[in-house]
Design a protein around this ligand. Structure first.
Ligand code: MEV
Length: 323
């Protein structure tokens, strides 16, 4: 077996535009400094071997030619598909051992699946000396997400691949770096694990009832993202905070906020945040608050007072890298 190659990729937080981005509107995403690590070792046989203790998977093994076939355990789905699509794209047919390690819980909604996918593809790219560009790794990773969960904009893949803060349009049609310099974001975990696919389905059903109305909500979300981009460029945090509040109201109108998220968002605003909103699909997971620098602690305390958990993670983390 070859010496291992390790790559790590960051998690993500959606700042503006969730749900609407699935329907062609732009969003703004930032990478968080909690990383997934993938170590790839090339094997002398033709087996795919996976160790991923964080998702209770050890010693999972099958032949490379069988990847994607038969029953795939939940914890192996993204990694197995990623390796399969990489092999199909590059023609690589040798055996591969993968070891996954996580710095963050899959519960938070930081995008552990997309970060794993990007970390695995990047480590495979180095180990096999395939020389694929980041854009191609993004494409293979996005195909992986669509193969496993059927739907998604790919914003989480972009955050894992390029890192920083990004302006993003679905499928990678637009990926442009933004700079959040000087902004302070407090992250609060609601304690409730949300399922993105279920929430996307819930929103799709709502849109079926009144397509024109929901399309106009998506349009407004797109407008909010465009204004937010201007506010970020101008470091206008007060305006950015109000735009977060507007985005939150639009998300609530789609029915994806919860009483717990509402309580945390209200508590953060009352404790001095410029603005706050849920981050991601909703239904639980995390909320974010934009706060004046130096005012983090009172906002974190306010979140704890309503039963939330302030997470120590910073934003604008670097994208995938060789360790
Ligand atoms: C989930 O974190 C964000 C959604 O917009 C889905 C996606 O963009 O893939 C709901």
């Amino acid at each position: 077996m070859s010496r291992g190659v390790t790559c790590s990729a960051p998690g993500k937080l959606m700042l503006f535009g969730e749900h609407a981005v699935v329907y062609g509107r732009p969003c703004i995403v930032t990478a968080v400094d909690q990383r997934m690590r993938a170590t790839i070792s090339l094997r002398a046989d033709d087996l795919f071997h996976l160790e991923a203790e964080d998702v209770q998977l050890t010693g999972y093994e099958k032949s490379i030619s069988e990847l994607g076939k038969g029953k795939i355990p939940r914890g192996a789905a993204f990694v197995e598909r990623a390796v399969q699509l990489f092999c199909e794209h590059t023609g690589w047919a040798g055996g591969v051992s993968v070891e996954m390690r996580s710095e963050f819980s899959a519960l938070f909604g930081f995008g552990s699946s997309s970060a794993s996918t990007v970390a695995v593809l990047s480590a495979l790219n180095v180990a096999t000396e395939s020389g694929l560009a980041t854009e191609m790794l993004f494409d293979i990773a996005y195909k992986t997400v669509l193969a496993v969960q059927g739907k998604g904009s790919g914003f989480d893949i972009a955050a894992a691949a390029w890192g920083g803060t990004l302006w993003f349009v679905a499928g990678g049609e637009e990926v442009e770096p933004l700079n959040l310099r000087g902004a302070s974001i407090v992250i609060g975990y609601s304690g409730i694990k949300a399922d993105t696919v279920t929430l996307m389905e819930q929103v799709r059903r709502l849109a079926q009832q009144d397509p024109a109305l929901v399309e106009s909500v998506y349009d407004s979300m797109g407008d909010v993202a465009r204004s937010a981009r201007r506010a970020i460029d101008e470091c206008d945090w007060k305006t950015l905070g109000s735009l977060m509040d507007i985005n939150q109201s639009l998300l609530a109108s789609l029915g994806v906020s919860t009483a717990k998220l509402d309580a945390m968002i209200g508590a953060a605003r009352a404790a001095g945040a410029y603005g706050a909103k849920l981050s991601g699909a909703g239904g639980g997971d995390c909320m974010i608050a934009l706060v004046p620098v130096g005012n983090e602690q009172p906002v974190q305390a306010a979140l704890a007072a309503v039963g939330g958990v302030a997470l120590a993670a910073s934003v604008q983390a670097p994208g995938v890298r060789l360790e």
